[in-house]
Design a protein around this ligand. Sequence first.
Ligand SMILES: [Zn+2]
Length: 274
Amino acid sequence: MLNLVLILFLIIFVVCYWRWDDIRNHFWQKKYLNNSLNVQQKNLLLKYMPIYRKMTDADREKLERHIVWFLNEKRFIGCDGLKLNDAMKLIVAADACVLVLNKPWPLYRNVKEILLYPSAYYAPQTSRDNAGLVSYHNTVRQGESWPGGTLVLSWHDVLEGNRLPSDGHNLVFHEFAHQLDQETGKTTGTPLLSSNEDYQKWAKVFSRAFNQLKTHLAYGMPHVIHSYGATNEAEFFAVITETFLEKPAELRQFDPEIYHLLVGFYQFDPIAWH
Ligand SMILES: [Zn+2]
């Protein structure tokens, strides 16, 4: 009898361990189903988040539920002397949750913590030249997204992203797009998709648009996507996400094919919010 109980316990333990993400997300979905922000939080978003102001009531309610979940389940850490307050966390959470507004759970399956610096910060970098010589130096950064689930953000740039909602730059959109990309276990510019057909279509449209940006830059021709997007495919995905959310009409006019690819991936059309 004792052996049977032990085996049963072991089976339950293995199943729970194996399916922990699913179990946790199921629990979260139920726990945060009816949660909403308080009046003070809503007023803060109305003041500081232009997209929130333009959303339909239904979208806003959904976003608020995601924000409450995010604020409760993700860790925020102030760095370099930055004293965090609830408003800072709220704005970061709100911007991050826009990207997953209509995504099925689990949302941001890997994100664990957000490190906030007061402004752009120095990060150590190691590089190796062709002769194998290694050099160490510091680079100035506004943000980073690590595959292990840590994001680093400059608070100054988070605010600027919301203050200028149509300039194609939003640090939170950029770094959290990297997190969506990194859910595959790699940082390639191709996030998790539903089917083989979706991957084939993504590869075709995405590489055509990426190469087009590089060609435009090489010939000094104007492009709706910021030149940083030409760095590599992963940066292209992060930068085009910023463009999609901040300059949707221009992107749709410039490249309707990639615009509709992104509407399909994010499952919303941001033109309604501008
Ligand atoms: Zn980036």
